[in-house]
Design a binder for this molecule. Structure first.
Ligand SMILES: C[S@@+](CC[C@H](N)C(=O)[O-])C[C@H]1O[C@@H](n2cnc3c(N)ncnc32)[C@H](O)[C@@H]1O
Length: 309
C-alpha cells in the first residue's frame, strides 16, 4: 500500500499553477508524487522537473518516470533548483510548487527518527547522505546552542529548561533514541500539553538540522528569477515559521519601493516582481481535514510573476 500521504490541497494547488500547453513546471517537493502526477495529468504537452532530496521518495516515484516521459526527476535540495535546471538547459519556467516539510512516509517510518512516539535512533536527516544527525546535535551541541535551536525553530518557551535537562542527562550516558529524548523532555518541565512541547522540540531539531528555512529562502528568491511573466509560485506550508517566511517574502517582492516613508522621493530602485494572488492563505475544507488530519495545519499561498519585472 502507498504509505505516502494523501496530497494536501491538491485541487487548489494545481489550479494555482494554471498549467498551460507547452509550459515548463517544477514540483520542488516530489515526496510520494501525488501533486506531481496531478500536474502531469492536468495538461498533456508540458515538461515537469521534480526535486526531492530523499532517496525513499525517488525510489517510490521511479514508476512515474516510466509512465510520463516528460517528467525529469532530480535528487537534490530545492535550494539548487536554478543551477540544476540550468544543467538541463532550462532558464525559465511557468510555475513552481512547494509542498513543504516531511512526507507521511518519512514521518511514519520509525528508523528516520522524525517522530517522538516511534522508537528509533536519533536521525532526522531528510537527505540520508548528509552527515549531521539529531544524535550529534543532542549529544554534542552546547547548552546555549540547544536552547537557541528549540526557541528559534520550535518557538518553545521552556527551551532553556529542556536544553539543561539534555546536557545533564548526557553526562552519564549518551542519549541514543527518540523515546529517550521524549522522556527527558517530559521529565524536564511541567506542562499540560506535553505532546505539543515534544512536537515543537522535534520540529526544531528537524528544521535546524535540515536547514529548512535557509533552503526555502534561497529557493523562493531563485524561483522569482526563473519564472516567466505571469508564471506562478504556489507554496503549501505546515507551520507558522514557514508560512511567515513565505508571506513576508511575497509582500517584499510585491513592493515597488522600500524607501523610508519620510523620503521626499524614491531612491531605492526596487521593482515589484510579484503580484500576491492570495491575500489570505487558502486552507483545507473541514471535509479534507476529516479525510486527512495531516492537512489541518496546511496553508497555501500563491503569487504571480509580474509582466515587466
Ligand atoms: C510534504 S512532502 C511532499 C509530498 C508530495 N507533494 C506528494 O504529493 O506526495 C515534502 C517532501 O519534500 C522533500 N523536501 C523537503 N525539503 C526539501 C528540500 N529542501 N529540497 C528537496 N526536497 C525537500 C521531503 O523530502 C519530502 O519528500
Amino acid at each position: 500500500m502507498n504509505d505516502y500521504h494523501i496530497p494536501v490541497l491538491l485541487k487548489e494547488s494545481i489550479d494555482a499553477l494554471q498549467v498551460k500547453n507547452g509550459g515548463i513546471y517544477v514540483d520542488a517537493t516530489l515526496g510520494g508524487g501525488g501533486h506531481c502526477e496531478e500536474i502531469l495529468k492536468s495538461c498533456k504537452n508540458i515538461k515537469l522537473f521534480a526535486f526531492d532530496r530523499d532517496d525513499d521518495s525517488l525510489r517510490h516515484t521511479s514508476e512515474l518516470k516510466k509512465k510520463y516521459p516528460d517528467l525529469t526527476i532530480i535528487k537534490d535540495n530545492f535550494e539548487n533548483i536554478r543551477t540544476r535546471l540550468a544543467l538541463e538547459r532550462i532558464k525559465k519556467v511557468d510555475g513552481i510548487l512547494f509542498d513543504l516539510g516531511v512526507s507521511s512516509h518519512q514521518f511514519n517510518k520509525a528508523s528516520r527518527g522524525f517522530s517522538f512516539s516511534l522508537e528509533s535512533k536519533l536521525d532526522m536527516r531528510m537527505d540520508q547522505s548528509s552527515e549531521l544527525t539529531a544524535y550529534e546535535i543532542i549529544n554534542n551541541f552546547p547548552y546555549e546552542e540547544l536552547k537557541f535551536i528549540f526557541r528559534e525553530y520550535g518557538e518553545e518557551k521552556e527551551a532553556g529548561k529542556i536544553a539543561k535537562a539534555i546536557v545533564q542527562k548526557r553526562v552519564a550516558k549518551k542519549i541514543e533514541t527518540t523515546l529517550e529524548l521524549a522522556e527527558i523532555i517530559e521529565e524536564s518541565i511541567f506542562s499540560r500539553q506535553i505532546i505539543k512541547t515534544k512536537a515543537r522540540v522535534f520540529q526544531a531539531l528537524r528544521i535546524f538540522l535540515n536547514g529548512e528555512l535557509d533552503a526555502l529562502k534561497t529557493a523562493l528568491s531563485d524561483a522569482v528569477k526563473i519564472l516567466n511573466p505571469t508564471g506562478r509560485i504556489a507554496v503549501i506550508s505546515y507551520h507558522s515559521l514557514e508560512d511567515r517566511l513565505v508571506k513576508k517574502f511575497f509582500i517584499y517582492e510585491e513592493k515597488s519601493c522600500i524607501c523610508p516613508p519620510n523620503f521626499p522621493k524614491c531612491v531605492c530602485n526596487k521593482r515589484s516582481t510579484l503580484k500576491i494572488i492570495t491575500k489570505r492563505p487558502i486552507v483545507p475544507t473541514k471535509t479534507e481535514i476529516q479525510n486527512n488530519p495531516r492537512a489541518r495545519s496546511a496553508k497555501l499561498r500563491i503569487a504571480e510573476k509580474k509582466e515587466n519585472s
